[in-house]
Design a protein around this ligand. Sequence first.
Ligand SMILES: [Zn+2]
Ligand SMILES: [Zn+2]
Length: 307
Amino acid sequence: MFTLTVLGSGSAGNCALLATDQCRLLVDAGLSARQIVVRLEQAGVRPEELDGVLLTHEHCDHAGGLEVLCRKHESLPIYCNPLTAEVMRREGNCLGKHRNWRLFQTGADFEVKDVAVQTFAVPHDAVEPVNFMFHHGRAALGYLTDLGFATKLVHERVRAATTLLIETNHDTALLNADTKRPWAVKQRITSRHGHLSNEAAAGVVATLLAGGAKLRRAVLGHLSRDCNRPELAIETMRRLGGEGVAELEILAAAQGEVSARLVVADRPEEPPAPEAASGRVGEEAPPRVARKRNDLLQLDLFGTAAA
Ligand SMILES: [Zn+2]
Ligand SMILES: [Zn+2]
């Protein structure tokens, strides 16, 4: 079983749980530590059972709960790239003393138990933002959040995903009409280092589907409280998601509550490979699964002992 549970997602905080039979990973820790623990409990997981927290970037809505969480769980592995670690260690007092950093270079592949992780750079106004593709056997989950626009690399990386979490930050019309945000902030949000709008996210899905992607489910995340609504994000995805979008399961993750446990694959060998479905077994290479273990810098670059 390979599952995704969004513990909370929106402009105020983001945190998701990825689980297989062997492995439990958090992606980002942008809720309060207390909320993370409470919501993990709702998902049936104790914090001690976590195999790590993977960080996309250092912004508070992605890493704000980490310091307090790590104060109580000193051996919790934190997976991030060196620049992100540097900022986190500088800004979070206790994180400066945290001993279990697992640093990866952006673009590296590594494994955590039975989950293979691919990392790739995204354009966003953080020190070294990354997004992820997770593989478990033949199943793949793409995780796209906090990116000003989707580069060719992004499209390529998540092509094999059957479930895709994708940021739908704002509705462009609602953002333009918003009176609370000054012009400069709106500029930042809509810039190439800001966030994906509903329309832009639908464009990504349309491109993936047109390219033959086997996407079955889109989970819309990081919705702005003021400048978006779940039904609007879903409707835009349905309208602009291109050919094949009608068959997609589309749901919006919420800020205030834990999502259902979304099954990416029942068994590692699911879903069936496209080549098997078309009767061309063995003709094509297996899906891109990161098998290199050595890209992860197990070395502790900060001079403290790594677990
Ligand atoms: Zn951000
Ligand atoms: Zn964010």
